[in-house]
Design a protein around this ligand. Structure first.
Ligand code: NAP
Length: 259
């Protein structure tokens, strides 16, 4: 563990909250953030075991971590999550809006109301609710110390995902606009807001959408000729969160192998 880059003058570690941090890109981000000295709050929805495993790994390496079950697609869940952060660490320096879902491949003409409500609640409204709570805890206009927000969008917001899941792409497009607007709104108050737009990344999300081999199937169409790893996305997230990115806000960092 190296703690210097992110510790504060009072030597208490900076705190990073990662929604959906138990698996995939969120888990890789949690592990890397701990190596950089953050105390990490790992939110998950239903899979306790992998989230607990990430916490154990961080603690065994001498870091601080906590996992918190909460459905971030609901106001109740988000309020409970942030209350847990307050209670356990008493500060928040970085929010990573990472929780997200895809659905089965479908055309817009076949999408149900239930599908659309779940998609936008989980991928977009969650990010708004978490940003709201994070800003209250970070804004220098409210007497806090500032901070950073990183939204995990997707290359889908540029590509549109026709014949696959335009709903997912649109939910991420909204996240890009949230990044664009909120970054300007809170820049005067010490908060930077950026996004990463991963391309084809090797995680469980593709199996959850019914296409487990999606990364391999589409890799040849990526200019770099391969899918990416969760760890490669985590590197960009942790950099955007860090003081090394002190003049970077309202940016969309594509981590997509040129796709
Ligand atoms: P993943 O492996 O399926 O992990 C998704 C995480 O989100 C899980 O930890 C899950 O919790 C959590 N989650 C889902 N719904 C939630 C809810 N309502 N409340 C709280 N947590 C919830 O997916 P991933 O590939 O790492 O994706 C992470 C982010 O990257 C997503 O926003 C995704 O859209 C984005 N992304 C991924 C790719 C890719 O190719 N993999 C590309 C572009 C963008 P449980 O573990 O409890 O289920």
């Amino acid at each position: 563990m190296h703690t210097n880059p992110t510790t504060t003058s009072t030597a208490s570690p900076k705190v990073m909250l990662i929604t959906g941090g138990g698996r995939g890109i969120g888990a890789a981000t949690a592990k890397l953030a701990a190596v950089h000295g953050y105390a990490v709050v790992i939110n998950y929805h239903s899979q306790h075991a992998p989230a607990q495993q990430v916490v154990q790994g961080i603690k065994q390496a001498g870091g601080q971590a906590l996992c918190v079950q909460a459905d971030v697609s609901t106001d109740v869940g988000v309020l409970a999550l942030f209350a847990a952060v307050d209670q356990h660490f008493g500060r928040l320096d970085v929010l990573v809006n990472n929780a997200g879902v895809v659905d089965k491949t479908a055309r817009v003409q076949d999408m149900s109301e239930a599908r659309l409500l779940r998609m936008f609640a989980t991928n977009t409204i969650s990010a708004f609710l978490c940003c709201r709570e994070a800003v209250k805890r970070m804004s220098t206009g409210l007497g806090k110390e500032g901070g950073a927000i990183v939204n995990v969008s997707s290359a889908a917001s540029r590509l549109g995902s026709a014949n696959q899941y335009v709903d997912y792409a649109a939910s991420k497009g909204a996240m890009d606009v949230l990044t664009h607007g909120l970054a300007q709104e809170v820049a005067p108050f010490g908060i930077r807001v950026n996004a990463v737009r991963p391309g084809l990344i090797d995680t469980d999300i593709h199996a959850s959408g019914g296409v487990p081999n999606r990364v391999n199937d589409l890799a040849a169409g990526v200019p770099m000729g391969r899918g990416g790893s969760a760890e490669e996305v985590a590197q960009a997230i942790v950099w955007l969160a860090s003081d090394q990115a002190s003049y970077t806000t309202m940016s969309m960092v594509d981590v997509s192998g040129g796709r």
